[in-house]
Design a protein around this ligand. Structure first.
Ligand code: ADE
Length: 221
């Protein structure tokens, strides 16, 4: 898989892609990530990528030309172009699964007051990571990259994401424990030490259901 991230602030991504599972996926050749500064595509003599909004108002608006030229120069028939924007569709695990099937993902990060509305016409999807406004699309792009990369076959043990919260049966994860057996008077449930795998599966399923009912009843719909 190739992921191209279009951003005015490529340095924001450095640490995130140089650690842990994302780094390993890159080293294994499972994913190639390119940070592309769309300012490099502006034809403006002063390197401008934004301008004031028509009709007045606060802030600067990202202009069409650098973004259209950048996307048109890298897009192929295998690409999906995703705009990160607070007014997009709320990101869910199902979307991460769908995106993990693409050969080429282009993530477009906004900044400032937003995008010229016409930029939406060159995007296939508009995604928000939640109902809050961030300073730009860079952190949301990191969220997408992390959640997608771990689903690429061979990046992590498949069993670990099959049992994830928000997997296909939409239940939150069950509680997990490790050593010691008793910590500060809090004991690990006996069933987990029983060696009876049928009982353990049952216990975990019931705990998942209980936790989902308590915390996210909306997922049970
Ligand atoms: N840009 C600013 N806030 C955002 C959000 N919540 N999701 C996606 N992109 C954004």
């Amino acid at each position: 898989m190739k992921i191209d991230i279009l951003t005015l602030f490529p340095n924001m991504f450095k640490g995130v892609f140089e650690e842990s599972i994302i780094k390993r996926a890159i080293d294994l050749g499972k994913v190639e990530i390119n940070l592309i500064n769309f300012r490099d595509y502006t034809t403006d003599p002063h390197n401008k990528v934004d301008d004031t909004p028509y009709g007045g108002g606060a802030g600067m608006v990202l202009m069409c030309q650098p973004i259209f030229d950048c996307i048109n120069s890298i897009k192929t028939s295998d690409s999906v172009v995703v705009m990160l924007t607070p007014d997009g569709v709320t990101y869910k695990q199902k979307v991460a699964y769908d995106l993990s099937k693409f050969k080429h993902i282009i993530l477009l990060c906004g900044h400032y007051e937003g995008f010229d509305e016409r930029i939406r016409s060159i995007c296939d999807m508009e995604i928000s990571i939640g109902d809050y406004v961030l300073t730009g699309g860079e952190v949301p792009a990191m969220v997408l990259v992390d959640s997608i990369i771990r689903l690429i076959p061979g990046v992590i043990n498949e069993e670990s994401h099959i049992k994830d919260s928000f997997n296909k049966d939409y239940l939150l994860d069950y509680p997990t424990y490790t050593k010691p057996r008793i910590y500060n008077g809090m004991a690990v449930p006996d069933v987990l030490l029983s060696g009876d795998h049928k009982k353990i599966d049952e216990y975990r399923y019931n705990e998942s259901l209980k936790r989902t009912t308590d915390r996210r009843p909306d997922l049970l719909d």
